[in-house]
Design a protein around this ligand. Structure first.
Ligand code: AMP
Length: 561
């Protein structure tokens, strides 16, 4: 009897929603439904008083009654020691909370597929090494065999490239990455407006490489901000008519928020809709047109436009260098998004197929490609790479296939782990936050650019901000964007007790030395007084193996619903 190797899965571990997908036997990426039949799972964890754990929609519902016991948005704290607030009176690491979401997704996948093989998990392109490692740890704590961590826009671009490949006559079962890439547009701008975050990324696709060449956006801008404008519109009307403001009664607000979100979604399809809400026994109907909604949210769209234009400017790219614009994330379904992008670029943006699942689809494709590459033995060359789960004709052959796969799994895992570890180059820039002399904005000034061979040392000169400045505080960052929000602060260095009377712009020399064991030495000297300060930063590599094993055991015994 032919046996199928367990299929690997792709997971979009999102800030507000997560999704899991796999590639079926004929090569189609498919999202795996939850036990309630939904294709996305809210990234929310409810720790009940009896210590049992609920993840997803039911956890989100519990947020109203027990906000002290529900954790949401913990992805924002990934790489920090603890989630921003205690849950049920206890501190949790973002890795542990993410592991519970991953465990729920994996349970749904096992329900649908039987066993699962490896897992590819996606992260935002701006995540640095520490946050990538934390994501990998979360996967391990959930008991997953994490075969790779890839960028969300890369996953979206890969899934889109695969659809283009099929549309141009490519064969569904052909997972040769070079052939998929060959049919894809070579430079794609991925505009991803989700529930709580906005990311914009430029990806260059070249043969086997899907390279992120620039990334930007806003960490706190998404669908929720658009909902709020509709909520305010309704509440203002209500107050005008009845003299009471529903915003003063939290119990009414949850229902009003839900109604307003549904109305917003409906306005993506229809030119108008009616908001019907009740508050303290008074029911009110407020009509709203798409035009009015677009007026109410014009500044939010404008913010995404500015981020997009700034990204291109920072990367020294012009629209004629962008081959296509890919819309990702549920909120990019708002028609104003595509219109705005068409206006500024002169190009027609392309709506991703299932924009809220495309990242999971891309991760699943990458997982299938890894599976498929793994089953290729070194001697099996010259053969076209095909995804063919039914190829083993007998049990004995199937066992042999399995052994082959086991034998080469270890190096693949090692390669995947190596890719996200500090190796011989730094994968993200290192710098300091300074105030720009031109526009007075706070910016990240990169001192060691990404992909610099290690060990290395670099020096940069800055000036004090004000006359008679007595101390200089340097916030040390990891990240490649000029916008400090795209960076993670990894340390601080402070020059104190500078002499009185220094002029504005007194020279401060900042030197970075990055040694091959991943230690960063930062020294700052005010050159006229020679007063200096230094700091050494040991790159956090997340949990120690022993802690990880302990947490993995603990999570494996937990019952997650
Ligand atoms: P995501 O995180 O990508 O799943 O996006 C979730 C966000 O997309 C939520 O704020 C939804 O309200 C929003 N959304 C989903 N579908 C639509 C739609 N058709 N029109 C506007 N917003 C939508």
């Amino acid at each position: 009897m032919p046996t199928e190797p367990a299929k690997s899965v792709g997971i979009d571990l999102g800030t507000t929603f997560s999704a899991i997908a796999y590639v079926d036997g004929v090569g189609t990426p498919r999202a795996i439904p939850t036990s309630d039949g939904a294709y996305v799972t809210p990234s929310a964890v409810y720790i009940k008083p009896d210590r049992s754990i609920v993840v997803g929609e039911a956890a989100l519902e519990a947020l109203r009654e027990r906000p002290d016991r529900v954790a949401v948005n913990f992805k924002r704290d990934m790489g920090e020691k603890f989630y921003s607030e205690p849950v049920g009176g206890r501190e949790f690491s973002p890795e542990a909370l993410s592991a519970l979401v991953l465990k729920k997704l994996a349970q749904d996948a096992v329900e649908a597929l039987g066993d699962i093989g490896g897992a590819v998990i996606t992260v935002p392109a701006y995540f640095g090494d520490a946050r990538r490692k934390a994501t990998q740890d979360a996967g391990r704590i959930a008991g997953l065999n994490v075969i790779d961590i890839i960028n969300e826009p890369t996953a979206a671009a890969l899934a889109n490239a695969f659809h283009t490949f099929l549309a141009q006559g490519g064969e569904q079962s052909d997972l040769s990455i070079a052939r998929i890439a060959a049919r894809a547009p070579s430079t794609t701008l991925v505009y991803d407006l989700g529930g709580g975050t906005f990311d914009v990324t430029v990806i260059r696709i070249d043969h086997n490489d899907f390279e992120v060449i620039a990334t930007g956006g806003e960490v706190r801008l998404g669908g929720i901000d658009f909902d709020k404008r509709v909520v305010d519109y309704f509440c203002d009307e209500f107050r005008r008519r009845f003299g009471i403001d529903p915003r003063d009664t939290p119990e009414s607000m949850e229902r009003i928020r839900n109604t307003c979100e549904l109305a917003k979604i409906s306005l993506s399809e229809n030119p108008q809709t009616v908001l019907i809400c009740e508050h303290l026994g008074r029911k009110m109907q407020v009509p709203i047109t798409r035009g009015r909604f677009e007026q109410l949210t014009a500044d939010l769209i404008a913010r995404t436009q500015i981020s997009t234009e700034m990204l291109l400017e920072d990367a020294m790219l012009t629209w004629d260098r962008i081959d296509n614009i890919l819309l990702v994330g549920g909120s990019s379904r708002m028609p104003r998004v595509a219109r705005m992008l068409a206006e500024i670029s002169g190009k027609e943006p392309e709506m991703a197929i299932a924009p809220d699942q495309i990242v999971a689809h891309g991760a699943a494709l990458h997982a299938a490609i890894c599976d498929f590459d793994r089953t290729e033995t070194p001697q099996a060359t010259g053969k076209e790479k095909r995804l063919d789960f039914d190829s083993a004709a007998t049990d004995a052959e199937a066992d042999k296939e399995q052994q082959k796969m086991q034998a080469i799994m270890a190096p693949t895992k090692a390669t995947a782990a190596h890719a996200i570890k500090l190796s011989d180059v730094n994968s993200h820039g290192l710098g300091v936050i300074v105030r720009s002399a031109i526009d007075r904005k706070t910016v990240n000034s990169v001192i060691i650019p990404k992909n610099t061979p290690l060990p290395t040392s670099r020096v940069k000169l800055f000036g004090t901000e004000a006359k008679n400045q007595r101390q200089v505080r340097l916030r040390i960052t990891e990240g490649d964007t000029r916008d400090p929000r795209g960076c993670t602060q990894i340390g601080e260095c402070m020059i104190r007790h500078l002499p009185k009377g220094l002029p504005k712009g007194a020279p401060v020399e900042v030197s970075f030395r990055y040694d091959s064991s991943g230690r960063i030495h930062v020294k700052a000297v005010e050159l006229t007084s020679r007063i200096s300060a230094d700091v050494q930063i040991e790159r956090e590599s997340g949990f120690k193996k022993i802690d990880l094993d302990r947490m993995t055991d603990a999570v494996s015994e937990l019952d997650v619903k």
